[in-house]
Design a protein around this ligand. Structure first.
Ligand SMILES: O=P(O)(O)OC[C@H]1O[C@H](OP(=O)(O)OP(=O)(O)O)[C@H](O)[C@@H]1O
Ligand SMILES: NC(=O)CC[C@H](N)C(=O)O
Ligand code: SF4
Ligand SMILES: [Mg+2]
Length: 574
């Protein structure tokens, strides 16, 4: 169950300061390293609407304007998370520094001089925009997380059994400074490093140092050291403890990890969350979505394959070193399972996955919906923003006019509203409003991409009728959303999902629509152009690509924190 909205209890056994190298996180931004669990405990605010975005990540190595590129990319990824934002840099003297805080990118980095100070001399950076799925949305959980001088980490996704992993770490006496799952990856890596060096976790040197990578020479593109056999890079490649940790921890993750020697980017063996690799000038960069790389001034070279890593770091080879995370795929326990909801709702329509534009997929979803579920109507109206391409597709296939019947207020920003139907309705009212004259006396097909709690639909059907619509036929470009997501999207608990306890007819009555119809799953899959077997469809089918608690059938497999996943984890981790 996604815990972001429920506010996981504080990290009880946190021992402060074990890795601290900086001040305390504070509202409005901080430069703190983990180990400083200060910062006010926040109640998890309620997202006003149904599905909320996953986080967005970005990383760049070897660019003279690394921080400026990162800010541009984060702004382009803002739709994936609005609760907090942060950037970690490798500064001119080879030290890791981070600034992160609650709010939008523009808010966190808006103060004059802030970016200039952070960016001075930095040629490598990673960035994050967060929407909490595990752990409260408060400032201490803002990313990137800084693990002393060793590395900084930014994560999109959600680990399976994250709370169990945290419990095992606490039992082992490893200090936890946040309440988020993402910290587990870093702590497991530190534990591997500590055992290897026979130092306590708090003093272990995870990474060596090397001179800060200079900007790539013109026409050059200097990057990582050449990969060794099997994709490993013993000379200058990623620190083994980081790879071990990533291979050990099951769940959904796209991560960027900045060390003084290089930048590691990796995708979980299921490839649930996206990550693309590309160039900005002569530098290499990674981002959650192609729109971010392009906004930062670059171009996409490829999508990182599931279960793989790239290392953008010290070395002489002309490209990144790369390799596969050992374990899951070879054991036959992982198959590709890219989140189908990235196509339906999360990603920006100007992004591409697997060579297919999200816009094109959404438009095709709309066309198919028109064919499968036509309606006798006069006009098609999409629910802004995410459903506008689908509405265009529906109108095209139905031969109906497509009108802007609803306007979204772009300035409502985040609303820190507590749970409760009244508050959520209020938020939708502020956000969406009908355009007078478009709807009066007309039979309307209202196209949306998802119906989660039903708050949006309930309000819009009422608003459209008040604006004079004669009939409202609601069409959804996805099947009923019946099961919660456990892999990086906060959709609320199963009992909050309207489709979980209602038939489409009952749902139509609940939202007050004249008719309601959903696009069947096979149509959705076909519209993506990908085989069903390469997608996660869990929120529609209840069949998830891996156990949400991270349990595995084979005893002793590395996915279980009770075995070798965490060195010294002992038996009975779960
Ligand atoms: O049934 P509900 O619980 O109301 O949730 C479903 C709505 O939430 C999403 O839009 P959202 O407002 O998040 O953002 P958008 O502007 O990107 O479409 C989605 O596109 C639906 O419109
Ligand atoms: N939406 C996300 O990807 C969140 C990442 C991570 N699970 C967190 O809650 O911070
Ligand atoms: S359960 Fe749904 S939202 Fe979550 S990763 Fe799978 S397809 Fe995406
Ligand atoms: Mg929407």
């Amino acid at each position: 169950m996604p815990a972001g909205r429920s506010g996981i209890p504080g990290s009880g056994g946190v021992t402060a300061g074990a890795l601290a190298a900086g001040g305390s996180p504070a509202a409005g931004g901080s430069h703190a390293a983990l180990g400083s669990p200060a910062g006010s405990r926040c109640e998890a605010p309620a997202g006003p609407f149904g599905p909320r975005e996953a986080c967005g990540i970005f990383g760049i190595w070897g660019h003279p304007e690394a921080v400026a590129c990162t800010v541009r990319a984060l702004v382009a990824l803002q739709h994936r998370g609005q609760e907090s934002a942060g950037i970690a840099v490798l500064d001119g003297s080879g030290r890791l520094r981070v600034h992160r805080g609650p709010g939008l990118v523009g808010h966190v980095f808006g103060r004059p001089g802030r970016l200039a100070r952070l960016g001075e001399g930095a040629t490598a950076a990673i960035g994050h925009v967060r929407y909490a799925t595990a752990g409260d949305p408060g400032p201490r959980n803002a990313q990137p997380l800084l693990f002393g001088g060793d590395f900084a980490l930014a994560h999109n996704g959600q680990l399976a059994g994250g709370e169990r992993w945290r419990a095992v770490l606490e039992r082992l006496g490893v200090p936890l400074a946040t309440t988020a799952d993402s910290e587990v990856i870093g702590r497991v890596a530190q534990r591997h490093a500590a055992l290897a060096s026979r130092l306590p976790v708090s003093r272990s040197a995870l990474t060596g140092t090397c001179p800060v990578q200079p900007a790539a020479p013109e026409g050059g593109g200097a990057m990582a050291a050449p990969p060794g056999p099997g994709g490993t890079n013993p000379a200058g490649g990623p620190p083994a403890p980081l790879l071990k940790a990533l291979a050990a921890v099951p769940g959904a993750y796209a991560v960027v990890i900045l060390t003084p020697r290089g930048l590691l980017a990796a995708r979980d063996p299921w490839g649930i969350r996206p990550l693309v690799l590309g160039r900005i000038g002569d530098a290499w960069a990674v981002a959650s979505e192609s729109c971010a790389l392009e906004t930062a001034g670059g171009r996409v070279e490829e999508e990182l394959p599931p279960g793989s890593w790239v290392w953008l770091g010290c070395g002489e080879a002309p490209g990144p070193a790369r390799g596969a995370l050992p374990g899951w795929d070879r054991a036959g326990l992982a198959r590709e399972a890219f989140c189908v909801f990235e196509y339906i709702y999360f990603a920006r329509p100007d992004s591409c996955f697997a060579g297919r534009s999200v816009y094109a997929v959404r438009k095709e979803l709309g066309r198919r919906l028109a064919r499968v579920h036509p309606a006798s109507a006069d006009v098609v109206v999409g629910v802004p923003d995410s459903s506008l391409p689908a509405a265009a597709g529906y109108a095209e296939a139905a031969g109906l006019p497509h009108e802007l019947g609803l306007v979204k207020n772009r300035y409502t920003g985040r609303t820190f509203i507590r749970p409760g139907a009244r508050e959520r309705e209020e938020a939708v009212r502020l956000k969406l409003h009908p355009v007078p004259g478009v709807l009066a006396g007309r039979r309307v097909v209202l196209v949306d991409d998802s119906l989660v709690r039903g708050t949006t639909a309930r309000w819009l059907v009422t608003a459209l009728r008040e604006a004079g619509a004669r009939e409202v036929h609601l069409r959804i470009t996805a099947p009923p959303y019946r099961f919660p997501c456990h892999f990086g999207v906060d959709t609320g608990r199963a009992e909050e999902l309207l489709a979980a306890g209602h038939s489409p007819q009952a749902m139509a009555r609940a939202v007050g629509a004249d008719s309601l119809a959903f696009l069947p799953l096979d149509q959705v899959v076909e519209a993506t152009g990908r085989p069903a077997g390469s997608l996660c469809l869990g929120c529609f089918t209840g069949r998830y690509p891996l156990d949400p608690e991270g349990k595995v059938r084979r005893i002793g497999h590395r996915g279980d924190p009770g075995d070798r996943g965490i060195p010294g984890g002992g038996a009975g981790g779960g």
